[in-house]
Design a protein around this ligand. Structure first.
Ligand code: ATP
Ligand code: MG
Ligand code: MG
Ligand code: MG
Length: 479
């Protein structure tokens, strides 16, 4: 089954169960001060769960473009290193707004996976919420009993509050969830260790594919829980992971959602995917990041120096950096992938086709200017290394490179390590903190009708990419 067919089959299945098919909301969110990017299918329906407004239909289904690089869901550091977390991915979902509940949600998920998609039942595990005594929350025996109709009991596992109890925020609708996991290991591996033991581990071949959330409580301002008057279902299935399962692969990157991009990267950079771990990671990073950046630009969010635009610029630069460092690409090339991407995804997301030229040109320009920065930075770093009397490079010098020339600190560390040098990280962190204190006042800038404040109170330096992804934007209407 091609990825196009897989997507279509999902939507058609829920249409046959009387769901209305809706279009994906934009990935870049413009009017919600609490969220920069859509990170789950339910975001666009948030107001319905909060009891504000009525949905046109009590059953809907869609595939939602999501980005998980900031806030509660930040997967950026995993992307490329592992084979099943992306920055941008599609989340297939079905919703019930006060309509059906656990029984149907479970039965339909099972029917779709095992009868329509024909996933081998012996590869599946499900989890249910085990309960939480501190909050007098009971084990989700309802879900357990419904699952029992479909799957043998030794494949229904308990999960804790972290994995199996979903909350929108400090207040609001919440409830237990059931996750579906798939074990794609060989028989030999399965004989050694049971999949049940790996379900809640980060195992690349025993992965979560679908999360079914049952909203049945409301968390009140005082932290206590009350039953919701109407119960809702919110599900999300990772499209690329589903493609991996149905196309009999063990990595999302081996599915046709990624292989055309990877082929193109191989051709342009004269490398072979699968030949070394380092180049493989770089190829995965680039094939992932070009999607995130292209979809953002298609949504009207160009790379820039503040807010969402800054996050996008950093994602692109991370891709450029991996190419520069591991694929030896000294010329812009990521923009060349845009055509392949549009061809692959343009049918499902026509905004890509519409904005193709803009995406192409913006990425090309960003690449050119960042590659110039990298070139200059490298010369300066060489200089620093040559002049250094010790094997440890001063954090002040590295900070200067970072601050004045935009040279990424993790690239500095990487190059230093490769040359047998190290970096005084404490010194670097101290410089960074000093700069933050200085700039706190200076970050207040006026942009048209808006005053933009970058509130970095919650930032903590835990690595360059983390730092850049956690920039929190607060908007105030100008008075
Ligand atoms: P994981 O535990 O693998 O990080 P999650 O529990 O954070 O996933 P959910 O918030 O439950 O994910 O999202 C629903 C589904 O979306 C997941 O079951 C998974 O299939 C998919 N998904 C989540 N994060 C990603 C990602 N970064 N890239 C691709 N698919 C993802
Ligand atoms: Mg996650
Ligand atoms: Mg999970
Ligand atoms: Mg989950």
């Amino acid at each position: 089954m091609t990825s196009q067919d897989i997507r279509k089959t999902f939507l058609e299945f829920f249409k046959s169960k009387k769901h209305s098919i809706v279009t994906s909301a934009p990935m870049v969110i413009k009017d919600d001060p609490t969220l920069m990017f859509t990170n789950a299918g339910m975001n666009q329906f948030k107001e319905f769960f909060l009891g504000n407004g009525d949905p046109k239909s009590s059953r809907v289904t869609d595939t939602q473009k999501c980005l998980r690089v900031s806030g509660k869901h930040n997967d950026l550091e995993e992307v490329g290193i592992d084979t099943y977390h992306h920055t941008m991915f599609e989340m297939l979902g079905n919703w019930s707004f006060g309509d059906y509940f656990k029984e149907e949600a479970i039965a339909w998920a099972w029917e779709l996976l095992t009868e329509v998609y024909k996933v081998n039942k012996d590869n599946l595990y499900v989890t249910i919420f085990e309960g939480d005594a501190s909050e007098s929350l009971e084990r989700d025996t309802e879900a357990y009993d419904f699952w029992k109709n479909h799957i043998s009991e030794d494949r229904i596992l308990n999960g804790n509050k972290k994995d199996n109890f979903w909350e929108m925020g400090a207040q609001g609708p919440c409830g237990p969830c059931s996750e579906i996991h798939v074990d794609l290991r060989s028989k030999e591996e399965k004989d050694k260790v049971s999949g049940a033991e790996l379900v809640n581990e980060d195992h690349p071949q025993v992965v979560e594919i679908w999360n079914l959330v049952f909203m049945q409580f409301n968390r009140k301002a005082d932290g206590s829980l009350e039953k919701l008057p109407a119960q809702h279902v919110d599900t999300g299935m990772g499209f690329e992971r589903l493609c991996m399962v149905l196309q009999d692969k063990t990595s999302n990157y081996d599915t046709d959602a990624f292989t055309p991009l990877i082929k193109e990267i191989e051709t342009i950079t004269a490398t072979t995917y699968g030949s070394s771990e380092k180049t493989d990671i770089a190829i995965r990073v680039i094939s992932d990041h070009v999607r995130a950046v292209a979809f953002s630009i298609a949504d009207g969010q160009l790379p820039s120096n503040t807010g969402a635009g800054y996050v996008i610029r950093r994602i692109l630069r991370r891709g450029i950096r991996y190419g520069f460092t591991f694929l030896n690409t000294k010329e812009p090339f990521i923009y060349k992938l845009v055509k392949t991407l549009t061809k692959q995804m343009g049918d499902a997301y026509p905004e890509l086709v519409k904005q193709e030229n803009l995406i192409y040109n913006v990425i090309k320009e960003e690449e050119s200017s960042f590659l110039r920065t990298l070139d200059q930075g490298l010369v300066l770093l060489d200089n620093i290394i040559e002049k250094s009397k010790s094997k440890e490079i001063s954090g002040k010098k590295a900070f200067e490179l970072y601050d004045t020339y935009g040279f990424p600190i993790d690239l500095t560390s990487l190059i230093l390590r490769e040359r047998g040098f190290s970096l005084n990280e404490a010194e670097f962190d101290a410089e960074l903190k000093k700069q933050r204190d200085r700039s706190r006042e200076a970050t207040k800038t006026e942009t048209g009708d808006w005053v933009t404040l970058i509130d970095d109170a919650e930032q903590e330096f835990i690595g360059y990419d983390h730092l850049e992804a956690q920039v929190k934007l607060t908007r105030y209407r100008k008075v």
